[in-house]
Design a protein around this ligand. Structure first.
Ligand SMILES: *Cc1c(COP(=O)(O)O)cnc(C)c1O
Length: 406
């Protein structure tokens, strides 16, 4: 059995009190807390192993470079990728998704070409495509999820035309917790020569991801949701796409030679990593991946399913709550609002006074909010360190809201 109480001790912040109540942290969809091993690794880097990377010939520069590049190797294996050049470090999913738009799509799409997006997407997987539309006159085609928050290949299939060049979609909804069967979708897209972009920001936290077995062209995730430092992210690019990419941000590191008239370029991944990266942070991301891999992920997923099931059942008992897309297969993320007067922000404020941290707002998914007809919802998002007892506190706090707002 997964011993959650023992496990929580790895996360120093979880024993904090807020508003003189024990912290109940249910905002993991926005960012997760960090285990001691990640905090210690970042601290150790600055205390003992810090220098800029890839440049100096001195001892510390070599050491930092070695540690930094070891993380690339780790990420490659973690994702089931095959080559170092397929792993590009970014500041997060947002930068990674923009990179796809500026480095690949702008070069390979023509005016009139079509990109399929889903209504589930986070703004980070929408706005870069709006940019592309205004620069290249491509067309954006949208697919709404079904009542369970699902997108199937058949739904995508109906929207594919001879001009469809890309499908950009999330692997797991950050509002509903629905998990999309991306493997089937990507394999069908591959047969038709349509490029697949997967936003794995939420999925990577809960599922074992193997990009080779999924067969996607691009996969992104963000380190701070995976128990790692902020300012870290990863873009996986399948090797077959690398030669089709052009550099996006220019500067140091991404070049071979620069003269007043000419630039010759470095190769991937360095071509796409101009400037000094988040060195200590990336090294901390390595510790986060070690941390995740040290767990029995099947056992952890079983635990997450158990506690999600508990949360869903308890929330369903509150019949005055509007529950958005609660399906038994959706994991860890619950969006709800109160029928009647209370705004999502009012609920979140009352919950906070009880020590319960949830997110309220549009969750960077305004097209989805429009789709469900709510300007904002409350979102409780669980991680592997949450307990049934914490869910009980959430439920009691929601009952207080009901008393206050009627
Ligand atoms: C959080 C999130 C992002 C953006 O991640 P950043 O770390 O803010 O760049 C993108 N997509 C999804 C689904 C997310 O949950």
């Amino acid at each position: 059995m997964f011993d959650v109480l023992e496990f929580r001790k790895e996360f120093p912040i979880l024993s904090k009190k807020v508003n003189s109540k024990p912290l109940v942290y249910l905002d993991n969809g926005a960012s997760s807390q960090k285990p001691r091993s990640v905090i210690d690794t970042v601290k150790n880097c600055y205390e003992n192993e810090y220098s800029n990377v890839h440049r100096g010939l001195h001892f510390l520069s070599n050491l930092a470079t070695e540690k930094f590049e070891a993380v690339r190797d780790k990420v490659m294996k973690f994702l089931g990728a095959s080559y170092h050049e397929e792993i590009i470090f970014t500041s997060g999913s947002t930068e990674a998704l923009n990179l796809i738009s500026y480095a690949w799509a702008i070069q390979n799409l023509e005016p009139g070409d079509e990109i399929i997006l889903t209504t589930l997407e986070h703004h980070a997987n929408i706005v870069p495509w709006h940019f592309l539309r205004s620069r290249k006159d491509v067309k954006l085609t949208w697919i709404d999820p079904d009542e369970n928050g699902q997108i199937s290949f058949d739904m995508i299939n109906k929207k594919i035309s001879s001009r469809t060049k890309m499908v950009c979609m999330t692997h797991m909804s950050n509002v509903f917790g629905s998990i999309i069967d991306v493997k089937k979708i990507c394999q069908d897209l591959k047969k038709r020569g349509i490029v697949s972009v997967l936003d794995g920001s939420q999925a990577i936290v809960h599922l074992e991801v193997d990009v080779k077995s999924i067969g996607c062209d691009f996969y992104t995730f963000t380190g701070h949701k995976l128990f790692g430092p902020t300012g870290t992210g990863v873009l996986y690019v399948n090797k077959r796409r690398i030669a089709e990419m052009i550099p996006f941000i220019g500067g140091g590191e991404m070049i071979k030679d620069v003269s007043k008239d000419e630039v010759t370029y470095n190769e991937s991944p360095f071509l796409f990593e101009a400037g000094t990266p988040g060195i200590a942070e990336i090294i901390g991301l390595g510790a986060a991946i070690d941390f995740v891999q040290s767990l029995d992920r099947k056992l952890v997923l079983d635990y997450e399913k158990l506690i999600s099931e508990y949360a869903r059942t308890e929330l369903e008992k509150l019949d005055w709550l509007a529950r958005h897309c609660f399906h038994k297969d959706n994991l860890a993320i619950f969006s709800f609002s109160m029928k009647g007067n209370a705004h999502a922000h009012d609920i979140a404020t009352i919950l906070d006074s009880n020590g319960v941290a949830v997110r309220s707002g549009h969750h960077c998914a305004q097209p989805l909010m429009n789709f469900i007809g709510e300007p904002a919802t409350c979102r409780a998002s669980l991680a592997l360190y949450n307990t049934e007892q914490e869910i009980d506190i959430l439920i009691d706090s929601l009952k207080k809201c009901k008393k206050l707002f009627g």
